[in-house]
Design a protein around this ligand. Sequence first.
Ligand code: URP
Ligand code: ZN
Ligand code: ZN
Length: 465
Amino acid sequence: MRTIIKNGHIFTEAEDYQGDILIENEKIVCIGRNLMQDMDMNRNGGVEVIDAEGCYVLPGAVDVHTHMDLDVGTARAVDDFYDGTVAAVCGGTTAIVDHMAFGPAGVPLHYQFEAYKKLAQGKAVIDYGFHGTAQHVDDEILAELETMASDGIPSVKVYLTYGFKLNDAEVYRILKKMKEIGGVTAFHCENHDVIEYLKQKYRDEGCTAPIYHALSRPALAEAEAVGRVLKLALLAGDAPVYIVHLSCKESLDAVREARRRGQKNIFVETCPQYLVLTEECYRREDALKYIMSPPLRTQEDCEALWEGLADGSIQVVATDHCPFHYGREKQMGKDDFTACPNGAPGVEERLSLLYSEGAAKGRISMHQLVKALCTEPARIYGMYPEKGAILPGADGDLVILDPKGAYVLTQERMHGAVDYTCYEGFRIQGEIRKVLQRGRVLVDGQRFLGERGGGRFIRRGACLL
Ligand code: URP
Ligand code: ZN
Ligand code: ZN
């Protein structure tokens, strides 16, 4: 099967130019001008031609932070690997790396891997990988990090809060091992003890409204944990460290300080919600929609994060997609914010928001957008250049974006299972026209054309530092 995308304005992380892209047998084989002139149109049953005149052509976006079908004990995220990946691809994302949930206490890493294979296989409509989740550390787990890597999972997530948080010695041991095997350790950074104390204090005082979710998880409690992890990574010999969902200026300061000291191998992710929403959401009637950790911050933090993206301090924008119905699971928190399952949807809105609020408003360039949504996540997590690139040999994963299109974002336009979007009413500049995975059109306008189970497991390699 051959597909040609002609006359598009092609954007990569470093270049942009007018041209055509030829995809054959799922891979990009050629990029150039007037490719159709040189082609034998009748070979192998001809070629599907897509005219991208007036549109931007970007690599398929890669979301390295999702929680499909996440079981948090009291609730289960409402997007399974089918609904969630349909939403993802309709928003221009052609690959995800999902953070596997905690399993029963004491299980080996492969226990969750086996469980997640069953959750994703036959459902995911786009290509997918998983991050391991470390919930305890011993010699067996450390040895298993190596076998997980050879099974295509060269990354592991560590939580510094929640039930299975690790202590400093455990963190250090994981970091050392992951460095040895060329893998990356991802961290949810918040100071657990301070947060638990503040949550209890507010509850004791009868302060149970959603705003206390934000007040019990202050920015400095995040920044303290970011600084601690960075020092532990330095202690472990400059081990690669990836900070997930960084949300505030103070945490960014800690990252910049570590880099100024000369520390390398630090990767930073933020998410659209921290760029465009603020803690004012917790004062709204529908505040429960926005209960996530870390919480939304201030306008000043949003501005600092945009600057961090523009100056290269932040490498990746992922989503932390973790949807619970507002009308159902989220209501568990109506009398007590601590009972509300943490997390919010966003897998479909990411590219549109980053283009509309970022590139179209001049806060970041199109190259920076491609870098943060496509190329860096693929490179850091061992999928480059198959994913995240427009190069001969890369997978034919592409997004065709019309910069002149515009619409109002509403829940009705969304394709996932959840009953709300955090961005209701946002005026979006730019409209996705088509999304291709391995040369096949999976999205045409707002129509999903792919098939259940069409996605493949991505056997990832070492981190490209
Ligand atoms: O509130 C959030 N972010 N829920 C998902 C799990 C996590 O912490 O990433
Ligand atoms: Zn987290
Ligand atoms: Zn998460």
